[in-house]
Design a protein around this ligand. Structure first.
Ligand code: PHE
Ligand code: ZN
Length: 904
């Protein structure tokens, strides 16, 4: 397996101006003819004449010619992953090829494959080479013209990128369509779909008055479930016009829903292909959370039209250029539509449960990696979510206005090109310098060093700020001593300090914000305005960019205890904090912090401590009493929304609990942590019985409202059901059981989740009823598979085995695989059973899956990556499961992950 390195990047020796394809689809194979117009690249690195490398995987090459002259065996060299043409002409030329491929037996779901009778493609990152011989590198942008031929009866709909310029009939019941895409594009954005699809169409008028046809294509019978996706697309298009001034650029925009898909969705130019679970939905078939996710993924793919397609990536090391930026944009969209602070809290919870964990394990890598073996393994939460955090920090530091100037500059300079992450940063730097030279840095938008900021792209690992404070109660002076470090990650033993925007506040008695004077450490710092001198809305943004920083706040009221310290407001940087804040201080922040994120975080810290203490066999009674009192106040506080209540009372996720244990120097014991969470819920459910019952009645009034209305009440209902069922409340058990038969998918799923962990007759009848009702809807049935696989009682592995043999389980549908095996991985008592049976089972399943679908298998293999963080026994059994996997025959994708996991 070869390693690809960023340092080895060279411009292509031959430019490609056109890719002309004829794709003939048949009942058991396909034939692809290509004509590729090349010309020597004047900017090529190597001295001419360089060989021409074409990638090609699982292709039967039938012919190869240049300008009509066939190439002989001595002109070329073939290997398993492509063809090299030794001496191509040193003038413009056309390479003609014909290959035969087998879409019907392609279970990798890359390249051209068949899903439920539908021909469909997936080319990012390197799928195009499974369709035809091609350089298949993202820095080669060519104009595509594609002729598709297929049987009229089974494939009445023929779709490709761009505009349909011609259609017609052929002999033998066949027909064709020709598509032309006026925008030069890299091959990873190519898409083709052929099959029997129903269409929903709506016109959209752009800001400049052009009409775009929005077309959604779904399997026959699914038309009723397209309204939400269509409305979401229109909201996204409008938002991008209004916020970024970016308009759609073609006459049609197509979305196709397919059942078999490795990822969520794909932004192919004007022909997005979506995992059907991210299209088909209404209030009766999807939960509130799913509706919001669909809206955001539709928006994400649409936003890629500018950030990804018009401006694409020079090479795959720049993946975060399009993904981090586009996630940032979709997060802003959701925040604008549904409220910024709740959205931020959800994103932060997700970041901590996934990205922080990746950063702390063997697959940690920087936002801009410098080497990879299989690029598919780098579609990670680091590239996406941490990448978005890095963009967000730029936004925080620069402010909306300057950030938008940088964006405009980026778009205007780089439109139509293949760019790098650094091109983006440079556009922001230019805008910042303009702002700093004219208005100067301000208190809210301090100056910082861009060169140092770039370290966020190159250093892996989550930076840690260790904070100590010294309080002089007589003089009212607070000193902060902040040490910054980033733990070592594979290949990066030493780290340097990064630029951390740290938003802080001081919360006085009764919750009043305090705004003391800040004495800068050095006069230079003050002059550079790195330590701004005034407070906006009771918050202040500090730039912490040294390994060690000392700050002194003066003029605070003299009192015995220091004022409560609210840190990392709005989660201003993706870092961890280490500081001992006493329970009373956190309780104070949970009650009074004016920053919703910091307020939530104070509660999360208390909950983490409470769960950790219970998991070690000794609950912290005093802390729990404080929590009960604090939660009672939250439940009755009339100024709080139901949404805030739901968020403030939610327990941290299992992954976060495990990391919290590790951070506290305790080997995480997943079953014990899981059980501790359950008994804490039980305790809270009992101690808060009467306010919870009251609130449940209030929530119930709003159940029938349709999304987004009523969603907070439904979420809170689910939380109350969960706590009260854990506490054994018979009437709530009955209420939840009934909800499974009701008209709201959200309530049904919340009820199933609340009953999930209890071996009760109502749980089993609820599950059976849900199955009976939805067995013919695969997308919904997957949620049932996930529930069954994660039920933490009884014959765990045997149940999972039965699910894998279930007649409605589709081993070729990644959604179903992830439901069952992902469900198992999230089933702490079964997966982490101390005899290692869960790990062994998982390793066997991954090895088998890898034969069919390496991309899905290698993603799943990461569930075995954290073996080093567990105690000696678990660590040994998880490691031996990895070794068992390493001994199997593996794809390069899964091999890379397994080797990373086992590396010293
Ligand atoms: N580029 C897609 C997105 O983020 C994700 C994707 C990657 C889909 C690779 C398929 C294959 O929007
Ligand atoms: Zn994306």
């Amino acid at each position: 397996m070869t390693t690809v390195r960023l340092a080895d990047y060279r411009p292509a020796p031959y430019l490609l101006s056109r890719t002309d394809l004829t794709v003939r689809l048949w009942a058991d194979h396909a034939v692809v003819e290509a004509a590729l117009a090349f010309a020597p690249n004047p900017a090529a690195a190597e001295p001419a004449p360089a060989p021409l490398r074409l990638a090609g995987v699982d292709l039967a090459v039938e012919s190869l010619a240049i300008d009509g002259s066939p190439l002989g065996p001595s002109d070329i060299a073939k290997d398993a992953v492509g063809v090299t043409i030794h001496q191509p002409p040193q003038r413009p030329f056309v390479l003609q090829t014909r290959v035969r491929i087998a879409p019907h037996t392609n279970t990798t779901l890359e390249g051209l494959y068949v899903s439920g009778g539908l021909f469909t493609t997936q080319c990012e990152a390197e799928g195009f080479r499974r369709i035809t011989l091609h350089p298949d590198r993202p820095d080669l942008l060519s104009r595509f013209r594609v002729r598709i031929e297929a049987e009229q009866a089974s494939c009445p709909v023929l779709l490709c990128n761009g505009n349909c310029v011609e259609t017609g009939h052929l002999e033998g019941g066949r027909h064709y369509a020709i598509w032309d895409d006026p925008f030069p594009k890299p091959s990873y954005l190519f898409a083709l779909v052929a099959g029997d699809l129903e269409e929903v169409r709506q016109p959209f008028t752009t800001a400049s008055g052009r009409t775009v046809q929005l077309r959604l294509h779904v399997e026959p019978g699914d038309r009723p479930y397209t309204g939400h996706a269509m409305a979401s697309l229109q909201r996204a298009m409008r938002w991008d016009e209004q916020r970024y001034g970016l308009e759609y650029d073609l006459d049609e925009y197509n979305i196709v829903a397919v059942r078999h898909f490795n990822m969520g969705a794909m932004e192919n130019k004007s022909l997005n292909i979506f995992n059907s679970k991210l299209v088909l939905a209404d209030g009766e078939t999807a939960t509130d959370g799913e509706l919001e996710r669909i809206e955001s993924v539709i928006a994400h793919e649409y936003f890629h039209n500018w950030t990804g397609n018009r401006i694409t990536c020079r090479d795959w090391f720049q993946l975060s250029l399009k993904e981090g930026l586009t996630v940032f944009r979709d997060q802003s969209f959701t925040a604008d539509l549904h409220g910024a602070s709740l959205n931020r809290i959800e994103n932060v919870a997700m970041l901590r449960n996934t990205q922080f964990r990746e950063d702390a394990g063997p697959t940690a890598h920087p936002v801009q990696p410098d080497a990879y073996q299989a690029i598919d393994n780098f579609y990670t939460t680091t590239i996406y979510e941490k990448g978005a955090e890095v963009i967000r920090m730029l936004h925080t530091l620069l402010g909306e206005e300057t950030f938008m100037q940088g964006m405009a500059l980026y778009v205007s300079r780089l439109d139509g090109s293949a760019a790098t992450c650094d091109d983006f940063v440079r556009a922001m730097e230019y805008a910042a310098n303009e702002a700093w030279n004219t208005g100067g840095p301000t208190a809210e938008h301090p100056r910082f060093d861009f060169e140092q900021f770039r370290r966020w792209y190159h250093q892996a690992g989550t930076p840690v700020l260790q904070i100590q404070r010294h309080w002089d109660g007589e003089r009212g002076e607070l000193e902060l001593h902040i040490l910054q470090h980033t733990p070592a990650t594979p290949g990066q033993p030493q780290k340097q300090p990064v630029v951390v925007p740290l938003a802080i506040g001081l919360v006085g008695q009764g919750g009043a914000p305090l705004t003391p004077r800040l004495d800068a450490e050095t006069p230079e710092q003050a002059k550079a305005s790195k330590l701004p001198v005034c407070w906006g809305h009771g918050s202040r943004l500090l730039v912490i960019d040294q390994a060690e920083t000392r700050l002194r706040f003066t003029g605070l009221p003299s009192q015995h205890h220091p004022p409560a310290l609210s840190l990392l407001r709005q989660f201003s940087a993706p870092v961890k904090l280490e500081l001992g804040r006493p329970v009373a201080e956190l309780v104070h922040l949970l009650a009074h912090d004016s920053d919703p994120l910091a307020r939530w975080d104070a509660g999360q810290l208390l909950l983490r401590r409470a769960v950790l203490a219970r998991s070690q066999g000794h609950g912290d009674g005093q802390l729990e009493d404080e929590l009960v009192d604090a939660f009672a106040r939250i439940l009755s506080d009339p100024s709080l929304s139901q949404a805030s209540r739901a968020v403030l009372l939610s327990l941290p996720g299992q992954a976060e609990l495990e990391d919290a244990a590790s951070d506290a120097g305790i080997a995480p014991d997943p079953p014990a942590l899981f059980a501790a969470g359950q008994t804490l819920r039980q305790h809270l459910g009992q101690a808060l019985a009467s306010p919870l019952r009251q609130l449940l009645q209030d929530c119930q009034q709003q159940w029938a409202l349709s999304w987004p209305e009523g969603q907070a009440d439904r979420r809170l209902t689910g939380l109350i059901w969960n706590w009260r069922i854990t506490a054994g409340d018979a009437s709530v058990i009955e209420q939840a059981r009934r909800a499974v038969d009701g008209a709201s998918m959200s309530l049904a799923r919340l009820a199933l989740a609340a009953l999930q962990c209890h071996d009760l007759p109502q749980r089993h009848s609820a599950s059976a009823a849900f199955y009976a009702r939805w067995q013919h809807k695969p997308v919904i049935l997957d949620s049932w598979f996930a529930l069954e696989a994660s039920a933490p009682f009884g014959d765990g592995l045997a149940r999972v085995q039965r699910l894998l043999e279930h007649p409605r389980y589709d081993p070729n549908a990644p959604n179903s695989v992830r439901a069952v095996l992902g469900g198992l991985a999230g089933n702490a008592p079964v997966f982490h059973a101390s005899d290692g049976s869960g790990y062994r089972f998982m390793a066997e399943q991954i090895a088998a899956l890898d034969q069919r679908n390496p991309i899905t298998a290698s993603r799943l293999a990461k569930v075995l990556s954290r073996w080093r963080s567990y105690g000696p026994e678990r660590s040994a059994t998880m490691r031996s499961a990895l070794e068992q996997l390493a001994a199997a025959e593996l794809s390069p994708n899964t091999r890379e992950v397994v080797e990373q996991c086992l590396a010293d």
